[in-house]
Design a protein around this ligand. Structure first.
Ligand SMILES: CC(C)(COP(=O)(O)OP(=O)(O)OC[C@H]1O[C@@H](n2cnc3c(N)ncnc32)[C@H](O)[C@@H]1OP(=O)(O)O)[C@@H](O)C(=O)NCCC(=O)NCCS
Length: 157
């Protein structure tokens, strides 16, 4: 059965619990923390940050951040860019990551998106197999930070 998740706005009431989510230490090279994500969002309003905590029932299990309908430019890909996705170390491998992508795809499609773009840090244990399995394909481009670009076509889904 598919994992049941809820995307929940982050407020003073739940911020601490969401910031406390950690990936495995060996995965920290692949993804910034929730706290750093808040900082990046505040520093780059032009990237149109949109983020949510991910809950299973009352338990925070993950965090997702997108660029939501930005104006693409030389340094910003979009309009819809999966900027951050992380599942807490103890909650991985239960289908939450897939369920989040399902939910995000549904939300952005309703907003008119035709594709979802992302990038990843290459290396042993990177999320590339997870993204390929979901249907993302490499575009062949590499961004300024050396991260390969992936795209998920939403027109046929
Ligand atoms: C990558 C991540 C978001 C996947 O979330 P998840 O909830 O563990 O993934 P799911 O349980 O939905 O996995 C779906 C499938 O992908 C596979 N998968 C997940 N992460 C994988 C990885 N890093 N490498 C290889 N396969 C992976 C799972 O084994 C599963 O396959 P199965 O259906 O055959 O069992 C999560 O593991 C994570 O937060 N990793 C650390 C942070 C990170 O790398 N984030 C992405 C940064 S851009």
């Amino acid at each position: 059965m598919a994992a049941q998740i809820r995307l929940v706005e982050i407020t003073d009431a739940n911020r601490e619990a969401v910031v406390a989510l950690r990936v495995h230490p060996a995965q920290e090279q692949f993804v910034a923390s929730v706290e750093a994500s808040f900082r990046h969002a505040a520093e780059q309003p032009e990237a149109k940050p949109w983020f949510r905590a991910v809950y299973d029932g009352d338990v925070p299990v993950g965090f997702v951040m997108l660029s939501w309908n930005l104006v693409p430019g030389p340094e910003l890909r979009g309009p819809y860019f999966l900027w951050r996705l992380l599942i807490g170390a103890g909650f991985q491998g239960r289908g939450y990551g897939t369920a989040i992508l399902d939910e995000v795809v549904s939300l952005i499609r309703a907003d008119g998106a035709t594709e979802l773009i992302t990038s990843y840090v290459p290396g042993e244990g990177s999320p590339l197999p997870f993204y390929l399995r979901y249907g993302f394909v490499p575009t062949g481009e590499i961004d300024a930070d050396g991260e390969p670009i992936l795209v998920l076509d939403l027109t046929g889904r």
